[in-house]
Design a protein around this ligand. Structure first.
Ligand code: NDP
Length: 336
């Protein structure tokens, strides 16, 4: 198979670090030449770009678990696309692959850094969501930290999002009572009616603690925390003895706000276990987790929803929307 290779492609670079909320001026759209391939490299035309909260951390100069994104370099980002040229024995033109090619229409990667995708099994975009990194975060935090037993109650924040939606469905498959927390009545309706959670609390309705107490009559045994702050505090107040907390994200503090745990005494009183995790530190488990997740999606047991922006130039606005809760499910940018 041969596929057309253009001379140039577009990319978005980090033009300036945010001071507070992300703004369009933090990004710059550029046209660059398609590079020649070295031995072992593969040229991929990206079909979808994933927008993820972690990118906000990388835009900042502040020290985190990963180093900052360099100014004037292509914004970091997970991508799926089709191979248009290859000098790697494992990839032929026409193959589909997932990679970290960034906010760009095309990209070059070492073939060893790509993951070959089966597009007959699942739609390409799903490999960026439920059967990709967000799905793995859900799978790891639930199965390796919360370790839920049938009949236990699990609370999930950012419940309608890419990670939270998978957490709740996996916990339901384990026989748990699952209560989501999400922003707004539409998201909560989706979480209950489409994803099958037992209940969902709209934290924007202003009575998070009382609503969560009513939805967790037997207390809480597992917390999958994506937001921090008020949602974590409300869930902590409902914990049973020996509850487990998987601390996946603190998106509530992404613009530099501190995220203290006000009722930390409860960690002692209820003998709680709290563990933060970074899913990319557990690559040994990815083949097993991704295989299970892909099978569940293929079998119709794991549902997913996507918010899709069109064209690379739409990425900055869609990313700002993600950080303001405008997405439902996985936020993607469709490039082709
Ligand atoms: P989502 O698809 O859940 O989108 C983000 C959602 O977070 C928004 O829709 C919004 O939902 C909520 N949100 C955004 N800003 C705020 C805010 N200021 N305060 C409260 N809620 C906010 O994203 P992901 O599923 O990709 O990620 C969820 C979390 O998991 C993030 O914290 C992310 O950093 C973390 N993560 C961690 C990984 C790890 O390895 N530890 C891997 C992947 C993700 P709503 O409208 O319901 O508030």
């Amino acid at each position: 198979m041969t596929l057309e290779i253009p001379a140039n492609y577009q990319r978005i670079v980090l033009a300036a670090r945010p001071r507070g909320p992300v703004v369009e001026e933090n990004f710059r759209l550029e046209t660059v030449a398609v590079p020649a391939l070295a031995e072992g490299e593969v040229l991929v035309r990206n079909h979808y770009l994933s927008l993820d909260p972690y990118m906000r951390g990388r835009m900042s100069a502040a020290k985190s678990y990963a180093s900052s994104q360099a100014l004037d370099h292509t914004m970091i980002g997970n991508t799926v696309g089709q191979v248009v040229a290859s000098r790697h024995a494992g990839y032929a033109v026409g193959d589909y692959a997932a990679g970290l090619l960034g906010w760009a229409e095309m990209g070059v990667a070492d073939g060893a850094a790509l993951r070959k995708l089966d597009v007959a099994a699942l739609p390409l975009s799903v490999y960026l969501g439920a059967a990709g990194m967000p799905g793995m975060a859900a799978w790891y935090g639930l199965n390796h930290i919360i370790l839920p037993k049938a009949g236990e109650t699990v609370v999930v924040s950012a419940a309608s999002g890419a990670v939270g939606s998978v957490v709740g469905q996996l916990a339901k498959l384990r026989g748990c009572r699952v209560v989501g927390i999400a922003g707004g009545p539409e998201k909560c309706a989706h979480v209950v009616d489409v994803l099958g959670f037992d209940a969902c609390i709209d934290y924007k309705a202003g009575q998070l603690e009382a609503d969560l107490a009513a939805a967790t009559p037997d207390g809480v045994d597992g917390i999958f925390e994506n937001v921090g702050g008020a949602t974590l505090e409300a869930a902590l107040a409902r914990t049973n003895a020996f509850a487990r907390i998987a601390l996946c994200g603190l998106i509530g503090g992404f613009n530099g706000q501190e995220m203290p745990i006000k009722n930390s005494r409860i960690l002692l009183i209820n003998r709680l276990s709290l563990r933060g995790f970074i899913v990319t530190e557990h690559m040994d488990l990815w083949p097993q987790g991704l295989q299970e997740l892909a099978q569940l999606v293929a079998d119709g047991k794991l549902k997913y929803h996507e918010s899709v922006a069109t064209g690379l130039a739409a990425a900055p606005r869609a990313f700002m929307g993600l950080l303001q809760g405008q997405n439902l499910g996985k936020q993607l940018v469709k490039l082709i």
